[in-house]
Design a protein around this ligand. Structure first.
Ligand SMILES: Nc1nc2c(ncn2[C@@H]2O[C@H](COP(=O)(O)OP(=O)(O)OP(=O)(O)O)[C@@H](O)[C@H]2O)c(=O)[nH]1
Ligand SMILES: [Mg+2]
Length: 557
């Protein structure tokens, strides 16, 4: 008998030593007929087949109690207290606890796949997963064990006078256990300083901060301070900045809520709550002996019925909401410039605004929309350019503009402060995704007036160029050609040889357009104006401004 006992002790000692030296193993105490009778080693990730793990903090009841060596023991204990590891050994309970707190593991795989597709990394689109912070843990006061009633904080003694009898700081006893702070919420906010969504492509998961825990002893980390009253200060929100004109689309989140919206952010500073932070845990006080109710920090008249063993559960903070969000930017502009590649859209934008888009003599120079604002003190017309020598009349009277400007000044113009968007060139079948078309056609949605640019100098058939693009717009969205007024802008007029009768050209163009729509089944609004311009010489610019201003007036607000 003595020998048997010695052997058992030896075996136990060896296993204990192995458990302390093998980080992957955990020690399991196996009970036989209700008594603790031995230990065994199992890998931490897998429970011992003969062991049923008891949740809760109580002593070993029934078959066995499980604990593990080293720090993992503490982690697993916390996991079980949270009620997250219901069965399956220490490894699984601790890993589920850490999974809940480390955000990215909660992001659905299909979402991650979607985000990582290179074709989705566009300036005007982003897929992100947003997670609000978890509520902080409430304070736990154990009456027995001592020391807990001595909680409180040092405050300044307002009776203190230098040289007097009173102490400078005095200890203020806490009224009750403090609540945990609320987790940070996640907002999406429009900000005028941003013009694309590219900055959101670096990561796919954004998580707000967790609320601060009420006490470092019971919660492990977090702020010790008690903010006003007994509640910890909530974590500051996470605000994702997006450009004006972004639509936030999100289905309602799963079990944890969040999302459930399709909101357009059209003003700078406008923001939408996407995921709400988890509520902080309540402060918990151990019930009086034998009592079944835990009052915790429930001074507001609530009471929580809690088992004597899990009275601390009220101190757990709630998980924050989660949402998978699709952000779509539709550039918000007053005037949209459309046309075939090389029509001179970027050159016109650079002529009427301070924008400096890429300009080159090859198609698809512009790959993302460029924006510019009309107004201010300068345009890109330079005095040194040979404008006086240019062919055709240079119709702008410089004297009518401010003398100190080196170009046109639209301060007095009806279009002052209007935003102009230069879109990438469109080609036939753009509405089906050919060229760069389809991706950018959506940006016309928020433009109020369309300037349709047609290169009159180098095109063999300017009219069919015009009709081709109109049809593309109509097929993408009929509203684009029916509801939005448009001005036809024939560009590069400085390159035309000889005198041109522009009135005659205008009449001929209108006749052809009417005839086309009469013969074809398609329908489109007629242009509100036809102008002939040159961005090089400035020819026709005044008239262009007038025609566009008229188009604005024709819009019903
Ligand atoms: N002479 C002359 N050349 C012009 C004028 N406007 C544009 N160009 C030239 O036409 C070429 C194409 O101009 P862009 O402004 O890049 O044309 P785009 O429509 O923006 O082209 P994509 O970005 O490819 O769609 C450039 O070489 C310009 O210098 C003009 O009024 N007169
Ligand atoms: Mg361009």
């Amino acid at each position: 008998m003595k020998l048997k006992l010695m052997r058992m002790r030896l075996r136990m000692r060896m296993r204990m030593r192995m458990a302390s030296t093998c980080p992957g193993m955990t020690m399991v105490m196996v009970a036989t007929r209700g008594r603790r009778s031995g230990v065994d080693l199992v890998p931490r990730s897998r429970p011992h087949p003969s062991v049923a793990v008891m949740p809760g903090t109580g002593s070993c009841r029934g078959s066995a109690k499980v604990w593990s060596s080293g720090t993992a023991g503490r982690r697993s204990g916390r996991g079980r207290r949270r009620g997250e590891g219901r069965e399956g050994g220490t490894g699984s309970s601790s890993s589920s606890a850490s999974q809940a707190s480390s955000g990215e593991k909660n992001v659905p795989k299909r979402w991650v796949d979607l985000v990582r597709r290179p074709e989705n990394e566009r300036f005007d689109e982003a897929y992100v997963s947003l997670e609000a912070g978890k509520g902080g843990r409430g304070e736990v006061w154990k009456r027995r064990g001592g020391g807990d009633q001595n909680r409180g904080r040092m405050v300044k003694n307002f009776k203190y006078k230098p040289g007097g009898q009173q102490a400078k700081n005095i200890f203020l006893q806490a009224e009750g256990p403090a609540n945990g702070g609320k987790g940070g919420s996640v907002y999406v906010e429009a900000d005028e300083r941003y013009d694309s969504l590219l900055h959101l492509h670096k990561r796919y998961h954004y998580k707000a901060k967790d609320g601060s825990n009420a006490n470092p002893v019971t919660a492990g980390r977090g702020s010790v301070k008690r903010a006003g009253g007994n509640v910890q200060k909530g974590a500051s929100p996470l605000v994702l900045k997006v450009p004006i004109g972004t639509t936030v689309i999100s289905k309602r989140g799963g079990r944890r809520g969040g999302g459930g919206m399709s909101v357009e952010l059209l003003q700078s500073g406008e923001r939408v709550l996407v995921a709400s932070g988890g509520e902080g845990g309540l402060g918990a006080e151990e019930p009086q002996s034998g009592g079944r109710k835990s009052k915790g920090n429930l001074a507001v008249g609530m009471s929580v019925t809690a088992n004597k063993l899990d009275w601390q559960k009220v101190s757990n903070g709630k998980l924050g909401e989660m949402a998978q969000v699709h952000l779509v930017l539709r550039v918000k502009a007053d005037i949209g410039l459309v046309g075939l590649p090389n029509a001179g859209k970027s050159t016109l934008l650079s002529a009427v605004t301070r924008a400096k888009p890429d300009i080159a003599d090859y198609p698809f120079t512009t790959l993302v929309p460029n924006l510019g604002v009309i107004g201010g003190s300068a345009t890109t017309w330079k005095e040194e350019e040979p404008i006086e020598e240019a062919e055709g009349a240079f119709e702008v009277d410089y004297d009518s503009f401010a003398a100190d400007k080196d170009g046109f000044d639209y301060e007095e113009s009806p279009l002052e402060s209007a935003v102009v968007a230069d879109l990438p060139g469109l080609i036939g079948d753009a509405h089906k995704g050919k060229g760069l078309g389809r991706v950018f056609l959506r940006h016309l949605k928020r433009t109020r007036v369309i300037c349709h640019l047609v290169d009159i100098a180098s095109s063999s058939d300017p009219f069919s160029d015009y009709i081709q693009i109109r049809e593309e717009l109509r097929m993408y969205n009929p509203e684009y050609v029916l509801d939005k007024p448009h001005v036809v802008v024939f560009t590069k007029c400085d390159l035309l040889a000889g005198e041109k009768d522009y009135d005659q050209e205008r009449r001929e163009f209108l006749r052809k357009t009417e005839q086309f729509y009469e013969e074809s089944e398609g329908s489109s609004a007629m242009p509100t104006g036809i102008v002939f311009v040159s961005s090089q010489t400035g020819q026709g610019m005044e008239e262009l401004v007038e025609r566009v201003a008229e188009a604005f007036k024709s819009i019903d607000f």
